[in-house]
Every structure is written in C-alpha cells, then in structure tokens.
Design a protein around this ligand. Structure first.
Ligand code: SIN
Length: 494
C-alpha cells in the first residue's frame, strides 16, 4: 500500500510544479492586495497551495479584458475558434494523468474517476468545436417581393462561468466549450475548494494559442465582491452557474436589474425506480454507479431508490452485496472506489439524514457511520438503508453523500406520484424490460434527463439540464451553444 512518503512525493510533483495565479488579459498575476487563500486536500487536510484571493478590482480588470477581446474573438472565423478548442482537448488528453492527479488531490475523487472526468471534460471541447462550425442562420421567405429576411446567430458577449467543486474540470469545459465556440469571451470563477484544476486548464488554453483576454480566471474565497461586480457591470451579458438551488435563486434575483441572460444547473433529487420486470443485475449495477460515483456528490445521483415490492428483498440483497465491495479511502490509492466527502458540513448533512431516517423506522443494511481512516474525518462508509419512506429527510433533500435509501412501492401510478413529488427535476432513472412502460413512465416523469436502463446518461452530445427548481437552460448537445448566442433578425429592402 502506498505510504505517507509516496503521497508527499505525489503532492510535491503535482502541486510543486504549478504556479497558482489569476489569469487576467493573458497575464498570470497575484491579487492587487496580495491576499491569498488555502486549498486543502479533503482526504488529508493538508494545505496543497495558496491561490490569490480576487476581489472587486481584479473582477473589474477581468471584465475589461474580456470586453476588449470580444470583437476580435467573435469575428474570428469559426474554424479558427474550433481549432483552438480541439488543441486544448488534445493537450488535456496528453496530460490526463497530471490533471487527474491534481483533481484527486484537491477534490478527493478516486484517480480512475478523475481520469474519466478529464476525458469527459475534453469531450465538451471537441463537441463544441464541431458546433462552432455549425452556427447556422436562416433565410426566411419575405411577405413582399422587395424584401429579404435573414436571421443571424451571434455571440452573446462577455460570459461569466461559476463552477462547482464536484466536477472541477468537466463543469468548466461544459460552459467554456460552447461559450468560446459561440465567440463569447469568458471570466471563470471556480469553486474555492477546487481552483487548481481550473488554473491548470487555463494554462492549456493559453498554450493552445487562445488570444489574451478571451479567457480570464479569478479565484475568490468570498464570492460576494465578485458577484456584485459582475451583476453591476453592463458589459457582462451572460452568467452560467452550476450549484445549489438556493444560490441559483439569488442569481435570478440579482440578474433582474441588468436583465442578464442566465443558465442555471441547480440541485436535484433523482428518483431511481426499479420495476419488477427489470433486469435485476443491470439495475443493481446502474444504481451503484449512479449513487456512489464521486461518493454520491453529483447533482444527478440517485437520491431515492424505489423498488417494486415483489423484488424488494432480492434487489436489496444484491445491491448490498455490490456496495459491500466498494472500498473507501484516499483517492490516490489504486483499490479505492469512494473518496472523502468534500468537507465537514457535507458529512454533517449525511449524518443528519441517516439519523432522521433511523428515527422514523429505516434500518441500516450496510455502513451507516464514518469510515475511521487516516486523514480527515470526512470519509463515510457506503450506506444502504432499507424500509426507507419517501417523506424522510434522506428522500426529500439532496443528500450529496454515499447513502442509498431503498423505498418499496406497489404500482406505477404510486411511484410516479412519489417520484414527481419534489421541487426538483434534474435526473430520473428507471429500469424495466417492458417497452410500453418505457414510454409511459418516461413521458410522465417531470425531469430533464431520464436514464432508462442506464445509470450514467451524461455525455457531451446530449442536452443536460433540469426542469422546475433544478434550473434553466441546457448544457451540452446541439442546443448547448444556444445559451451563448443571440438571435438577430435582418429585414433587408432590395
Ligand atoms: C453534476 O453533478 O452537476 C454533473 C454530473 C454529470 O455531468 O454527470
């Protein structure tokens, strides 16, 4: 097993090699005040690096740079923008091991998952490089002979991206890919827990020849001066945010004054439904990947697992057996499947959900407590709860941790009602072999993403986003670029 000395060496090689600064107008710089904040490894508590703490003046400088770079970048022929995106994707894949190690250090996810995320992140750049070349307009028949009607699609302008800690690379490229492809210039603010991956990616964009000012990266400990500055500045036309519904609502309110365009990818409370006619081993595998990927810290992860009563015990046994195989630990270790939770509040939420469930009659089939390991106290044993009910906290709120509540149901109507009884509508999953049921259930689920016999539906070429309080707009797919384009109508007298 890898020892502490090996970990130190990995940290020294990965972090020591970096130069963790802000990117403004092509310059890598400190904050004007010299203030910094620490970035911690959630697995060990070790401080990995200090990054500049950007505030109002750095945000204003980034807006100025992005605004100045906009005319030339948006006028660059689409294949020029696409070429740069493809170059960055190639560099990401070439440096995948380094980027993945960096991600595991600052975020905690197992190295194999981090490698997968780098590939996933690069795929957004490749996909949107193609979409840059397909920003088609329209010629519409006019109502009179001496007119022509043209519809153009043009870059929105300066776009701001606020990205979360759970996917430090993929959520950045899922926003940056379409923004840059459309001809927007960008200001990125990565989550304060995971700024190093964003900075490392920023270096690749510059290495690939992105012109100065097109991409600016600000690391901020306190998001308030940053957000006040961007909302107050009319040059910022678009904000894309991935994070909690609570913050999303604040952004909606704040964007009213400047009527800025918003894309929001917010919270979820995904139902995962296993019908009695499902392929059971496939449903178990789907539930494990959906629930325990990134230690349950994804917006699309199965939060409530509904199992039809006739197969409940059989599913619970098979599922528990599979989950028992998952090893918890430092994500750098090769045999680890579940890393630490991001921080102590995340662990406290998991504890709160489990104690509420137990107080209301749920039973622990597996786990249920912290994993006592060397490092921080944020390692949690993969947990399976049976006899869970839809009104328990664990099923009403997004747990964002490795806890799987199994809820029994009797019929399709009952489970659809329970599945839709939430303010969220991001992802839902169901397993069945009945083709008619596939359409019936998929059409009635009030969700933006439906995995049918599939626990992992996210891909660059498909639209990702939610309904109800899970957000606005879609990322990825052929529609993802529309979030960064304005439509302009030209009425031409001839
Ligand atoms: C998320 O959790 O927000 C993203 C998950 C994914 O892209 O699959």
């Amino acid at each position: 097993m890898q020892g502490v000395a090996d970990f130190d060496q990995i940290v020294a090689q990965t972090i020591g090699a970096g130069d963790w600064r802000l990117l403004i107008n092509g310059d890598w710089c400190e904050s004007a005040s010299g203030a910094t904040f620490p970035v911690e490894n959630p697995a060990t508590g070790q401080i990995l690096a200090h990054v500049p703490d950007a505030g109002t003046s750095e945000t204003t400088a980034a807006i100025e740079a992005a605004y100045a770079a906009l005319p030339a970048w948006s006028a660059m022929p689409a294949n020029g923008r696409a070429e740069i995106l493809r170059k960055v994707a190639a560099l990401m894949l070439e440096r995948r091991d380094y980027l993945a190690t960096l991600m595991t250090l600052e975020q905690g996810k197992p190295l194999s998952e981090a490698r997968g995320e780098i590939t996933y992140a690069a795929s957004f750049l490749t996909w949107f490089a193609g979409e840059a070349e397909r920003i088609y307009g329209q010629i519409v028949p006019a109502s009179v002979a001496n007119k022509r009607i043209l519809v153009l699609r043009q870059a929105v302008g300066v776009a701001v991206m606020i990205t979360p800690w759970n996917f430090p690379a993929a959520m950045l490229t899922r926003k940056l890919g379409p923004a840059l492809a459309a001809g927007c210039t960008a200001i990125c603010k990565p989550a304060e827990q995971t700024p190093l991956s964003a900075i490392a990616l920023g270096k690749l964009f510059m290495e690939a020849g992105l012109p100065d000012g097109v991409l600016n990266i600000l690391t901020c400990q306190d998001p308030v001066p940053f957000s006040e500055t961007i909302f107050a500045d009319d040059r910022v036309r678009k904000i894309s945010f991935t994070g909690s519904t609570e913050v999303g609502k604040l952004l909606i309110a704040k964007s009213a004054a400047g009527v800025k365009r918003l894309s929001l990818e917010l919270g979820g409370n995904a139902p995962f439904i296993v019908f009695e006619d499902a392929d059971l081993p496939a449903a178990v595998r789907g539930a494990v990947i959906s629930k325990f990927r990134n230690a349950g810290q994804t917006c699309v992860c199965a939060n409530r697992i509904f199992v039809q009563r006739a197969i409940y015990e059989q599913f619970a046994d098979l599922f528990t057996q599979e989950v028992r195989q998952l090893n918890v630990g430092n994500g750098l270790l090769p045999h680890v499947h579940v890393g630490p939770l991001i921080d102590l509040p995340a662990r406290q939420k998991v504890e709160r959900h489990i104690s509420d469930a137990l107080a209301q009659g749920a039973q622990i089939r597996l786990g249920g407590s912290a994993a006592e390991l060397v490092g921080t106290s944020t390692f949690w044993q993969p947990t399976v709860l049976s006899s869970a009910k839809a009104d328990m906290l664990v099923a009403r709120e997004e747990t964002f941790g490795p806890v799987a509540p199994l809820i029994a149901f009797d019929d399709e109507d009952e489970v659809l009602h329970a599945a839709n009884a939430t303010q969220y509508g991001l992802a839902a999953y169901f397993f069945t072999r009945d083709l008619s049921r596939v359409f019936r259930v998929a059409e009635r689920l009030e969700y933006g993403i439906i995995g049918v016999n599939d626990g992992l539906p996210s891909v660059a070429q498909a639209p990702f986003g939610g309904v109800k309080q899970s957000g606005l707009g879609r990322e990825g797919g052929s529609v993802g670029i529309d979030e960064y384009l304005e439509i302009k109508y030209l009425s031409l007298g001839i």
